[in-house]
Design a protein around this ligand. Structure first.
Ligand SMILES: [Zn+2]
Length: 385
């Protein structure tokens, strides 16, 4: 009881003196607290003062700089009711708890054997402004066809991680761009003087092959790139004579394609390879040097009344039938007859004729059952390159 009395006594005394209660010196009470804030978060510098009694904040109120990660100390000046200033400090730790954002392509593809940079079109941004490195999770093989499920992983310096799934498709590699080194020197001179399987003598002169005096240009025996005689004038006049007779039967034949140079054939063949691939192109187009058109002794026929001649549409025309039955009389042979692909190396060409002279043409006509030059001489027509 004694204690209570002692406490009350001064109060009574002061009141008696006429002084106001507010003027009574009251203890300044301040509590601070350390803060953890997010990067770029708006935080007032007074936020760390969690309790304040009997005092006023002197320090100007403003936002704390939270643009950098890490710890900083904030000092706040506070005055008590008697204007005594005192400094209080608290710690502010700026942290980054946001995962980086990955910008990427969901589907990537390449062909087997062709490496691509999987990180080329990927970027990761983070609120910390740092450069974030992206890595790839998962395994893949650029040499093996398939679809690989992979992930991009981005990690910032605070350990925040982001991942995005993507696929890498390794497609079958296309048939490699077919770059054949074409023969330019014609037939190998070492064949000069050798015999064919039917006993005919092969003569090679400046790369040009003759068998029994007949020029041969096929897949086995090629012409040198420099061989460029133009359409043989005898061949031209024999063809004109044939066409004149055909006209009497009502046909309007003409040479649609005669002499073709090595370079022209090279362009033609190369384009066909681009379009259909080498394997297919080799069945209907000669590689440069292997075309009979380069010999100046062969041509493709067309008729003015037939819209498309140099294709299989010509096979069933009356003109094709007339040519097949009459060409030999003028010294021409149907060079690539039906069903002789394994001999000539080419599919049936009802429009392609070759001059060999009436004697040999008559033998090869064989009463309408055409024999090929390859069969007759006992030679092949196959590329060995
Ligand atoms: Zn032709």
């Amino acid at each position: 009881m004694k204690k209570i009395i002692l406490f009350i006594t001064p109060f009574l005394l002061l009141t008696a003196c006429g002084k106001k209660v507010e003027e009574t010196k009251e203890e300044l009470k301040v509590k601070t607290e350390d803060l953890t804030v997010k990067l770029n978060e708006e935080v007032l510098n007074t936020k760390g003062i969690t309790e304040l009694e009997n005092g006023t904040i002197v320090t100007e109120e403003q936002n704390i700089d939270t643009s950098k990660l890490g710890e900083q100390t904030i000092t706040i000046t506070i005055k008590d009711n008697e204007d005594n200033e005192k400094e209080y400090t608290f710690k502010v730790t700026v942290i980054d708890d946001e995962a980086p954002v990955i910008t990427y392509k969901k589907e990537l593809s390449t062909t087997a054997g062709t490496k691509i940079n999987l990180l080329k079109n990927v970027s990761a941004k983070d609120n910390s402004g740092e450069k974030i490195e992206v890595t790839i999770k998962g395994s893949y093989d650029f040499n093996k066809e398939g679809t690989y499920k992979l992930e991009y992983i981005a990690k910032d310096s605070s350990g925040n991680e982001a991942s995005e799934a993507f696929t890498l498709t390794v497609k079958k590699a296309p048939t490699p761009t077919e770059t054949t080194t074409f023969r330019t020197s014609g037939t190998d001179s070492s064949l000069n003087g050798t015999k064919t399987s039917k006993g005919y003598t092969i003569t090679v002169k400046n790369g040009v092959t003759y068998i029994d005096g007949y020029l041969i240009a096929n897949k086995t025996y090629s012409l040198p790139s420099t061989y460029s005689p133009g359409l043989n004038s005898d061949v031209k006049s024999k063809a004109d004579a044939m066409f004149a007779d055909a006209k009497k039967d009502g046909y309007n034949l003409y040479i649609a394609s005669g002499f073709r140079s090595y370079d022209t054939q090279k362009k033609l063949y190369t384009n066909y390879v681009k379009r259909d691939g080498k394997k297919a192109a080799d069945t209907y187009s000669a590689r440069p040097g292997a075309s009979e058109h380069q010999s100046g002794l062969a041509f493709d026929v067309c008729d003015r009344n037939v819209s498309a001649c140099i294709n299989s549409n010509f096979d069933s025309t009356a003109q094709a039938k007339w040519l097949s039955e009459n060409a030999y009389k003028y010294g021409f042979i149907l060079r690539y007859p039906k069903g002789k692909t394994d001999k000539t190396g080419y599919k049936y060409e009802s429009w392609h004729f070759r001059y060999v002279g009436v004697d040999l043409a008559t033998k090869l006509y064989n009463g309408g059952n055409w024999i090929t030059l390859e069969e007759y001489f006992g030679i092949t027509s196959e590329y060995d390159y």
